[in-house]
Structures are given as structure tokens and as C-alpha cells.
Design a protein. Structure first.
Length: 330
């Protein structure tokens, strides 16, 4: 997908119109279609420093509604649903991140989230909303990432954040709205949905580091006999393969980090987190391909990627819980 440049703007979109408790996977799409508002670094969130930092239930609902029709029609729909491409990490991955964060909310933050979201909605059920509205809200696309070259030394990320915005610039603005108890509920609702999603996004290495290749979208690879791009592999295919190898992995991830590891995993600032992701892009996304001078993601590549995926999802979940507790639970 070619990048799109739009004038930044912020508008409120009503919450998505689907039944409470039912979430829909976003369409599988390349990650770069990107966008964001103006401002410099925006307000800081106390404690974070820097510039703060499957089969879906919807599918089952569709089938349930078809029971009145012929069994042949129902079977046909089941087949169509089964063969749809899966958006692994950043459909299911976002839900796992949100599920972890939900377990970490203190009582005050829980009450605030319940008051902001419509009845029946949860952090998990709204975690993919930011992807679902990207076509309607094209100015939001760049908010999902920042393109820091993998050879850039840690420093100021601002030169890599274009005028239309990036994840590092939009997050402080969203958190300021979330913390503002005088803001309309609809604006805080939207801000919460974006924060839940963007904290997850910034932990996907190719949403932080790249080699002037649109976050890996221009890098053609082969994985499990399928031709795809490197970004798609890290967005979902590698996670999907991991879960296929280890059916218990998803359940373990949803439990989050052990108590003794949570403080360390949630520590740091937005700056720390984005540069950490950029380093992982350099060392674990691109470097293995440099060493083999190949474009095939083999079993060895998958096995070195699994610990990265695991720790980044755990970090994102623990850190999102911290962000929401500091924004809503104090």
C-alpha cells in the first residue's frame, strides 16, 4: 500500500455499531497507510517522562443468525468464513494486549473505563477499532507507527515523525483527552480506543524500525510456502504459526507476565519503548535475513522470532495497564 499524505485533523466518530461483547477482526491489510495531528511533543503523563510514553465471535454470530435458513446455506457460509485470511498478531494480538491490561487495572481505572465505554464493551472488544475505521478516517493512518531507520542511533525521534503525525506524537494528545474529565464522553471514548490500539502497535518492531521500505511492506519474503511481505509476516503470520505449533501459547499469553516480572516489563517511557522496538527490528527482523542473504523465513527464523513476539505482547499489555492506571486510576 502506498503511503497517503493528508492534512491532519481530529474528529469524533461514533462508537462502532455492533453488538456489545462482539468484536470484529479488521481486514488484513498492509500496515503503511498512515497519518496524524500536529503539535510538538504534547503533554507528559506523570511517571512516564519523555514524551509519553481464531475464529471471531462475530463469525459465530453470523452463523447463529443463519440457522433459520437452509443447512446448505449455513454450511456454505461456514466454509467461506473458514477460508478467510487471518490477521494473526494484530487482530488477536491486540486483543491479548488489551486482555492483559484489563487484568492490571485498579478499581478506579476499571470504573473510569466502564463509564467511558458503552455498556457491554471492554478494552478487548474495542482493541481493533482503530484498524476498522482507517478507511473512513484516513487521517489516522500515520498514527499507528513511526519510521525510524534501523541504523539510527537512539536519540530524538522527532525528525522521523512527519507533519501528518506518528504514534509518538499522537499518544500524548490522546492521553490528555482521556485524563480530561470535562471532555465529552464521546471524545474520551475515542481516545481510549486509540490508546489501547496504539500502545500495541508501537510494540510491533516494524511499526518502529525500518529500512526505507515502508516498514517492511516492500520486502518480499516467503513463509510456509506463501509469498508475502515482511511486515505481514510480523503482523500476523509468525504469531499464527507459533500458536499452531503450541496451542497453549495464547492462553499463557493472556495471563500476562508473572507477578515478579510485571514491574520491570512495564517500566520506562514512551521513548524507551519505541527505541526498544526499533532495536528489535534491527536485530531480530532484518539481521537474520542479512546473515543468510535469503528471503525465506524458515523454521530457524520463526524460532528466533517467537521470543520477541512473546515479550513484546507481554510488554505491551503490562505497559498499557500502567498507562491507563496512571491516566484514569489516580
Amino acid at each position: 500500500m502506498q503511503r497517503e499524505v493528508h492534512q491532519p485533523k481530529i474528529q469524533t466518530l461514533p462508537p462502532p455499531a455492533f453488538p456489545a461483547g462482539i468484536f470484529r477482526a479488521p481486514p488484513c491489510h498492509p500496515h503503511h497507510g498512515r497519518i496524524g495531528p500536529v503539535s510538538s511533543r504534547g503533554p507528559r503523563l506523570p511517571g512516564l517522562g519523555g514524551s509519553f510514553g481464531g475464529n471471531s465471535q462475530a463469525s459465530l454470530a453470523i452463523l447463529e443468525g443463519m440457522r433459520a435458513r437452509s443447512s446448505l446455506a449455513a454450511l456454505s457460509m461456514a466454509y467461506l468464513l473458514a477460508v478467510q485470511p487471518l490477521c494473526g498478531w494484530w487482530a488477536e494480538g491486540h486483543r491479548i494486549v488489551a486482555a492483559i491490561a484489563e487484568q492490571r487495572l485498579n478499581a478506579k481505572a476499571q470504573a473510569a473505563v466502564a463509564a467511558i465505554l458503552p455498556a457491554g464493551e471492554t478494552l478487548e472488544s474495542v482493541s481493533v477499532w482503530a484498524d476498522e475505521i482507517r478507511k473512513a478516517r484516513r487521517e489516522t493512518a500515520p498514527w499507528h507507527y513511526i519510521d525510524i531507520p534501523t541504523d539510527a542511533p537512539r536519540g530524538d525521534w522527532a525528525p522521523y515523525c512527519p507533519a501528518e503525525g506518528c504514534v509518538m506524537r499522537i499518544l500524548p494528545q490522546l492521553i490528555a483527552t482521556l485524563r480530561d474529565t470535562t471532555a465529552p464522553r464521546e471524545k474520551r471514548d475515542e481516545a481510549l480506543r486509540f490508546v489501547v490500539h496504539f500502545i500495541g502497535d508501537m510494540h510491533q518492531p516494524l511499526h518502529a524500525g525500518e529500512r526505507h521500505d515502508k516498514g517492511g511492506n516492500d520486502v518480499k519474503v516467503t513463509f510456509e510456502g506463501q509469498a508475502l511481505n515482511l511486515h505481514a509476516a510480523w503482523d500476523g503470520k509468525l504469531l499464527q504459526a507459533w500458536f499452531k505449533q503450541d496451542p497453549e501459547a495464547e492462553l499463557k499469553l493472556r495471563q500476562g507476565a508473572p507477578p515478579e516480572e510485571r514491574a520491570a516489563l512495564s517500566a520506562g517511557t514512551f521513548d524507551d519503548w519505541i527505541w526498544q522496538s526499533q532495536a528489535l527490528a534491527r536485530e531480530n527482523v532484518y539481521a537474520p535475513l542479512d546473515r543468510c542473504q535469503c528471503s525465506t523465513l524458515d523454521e530457524a527464523y520463526l524460532q528466533q522470532a517467537i521470543p520477541v513476539i512473546r515479550i513484546q505482547i507481554l510488554r505491551a499489555g503490562e505497559r498499557l495497564g500502567r498507562v491507563l492506571n496512571e491516566a484514569l486510576g489516580q
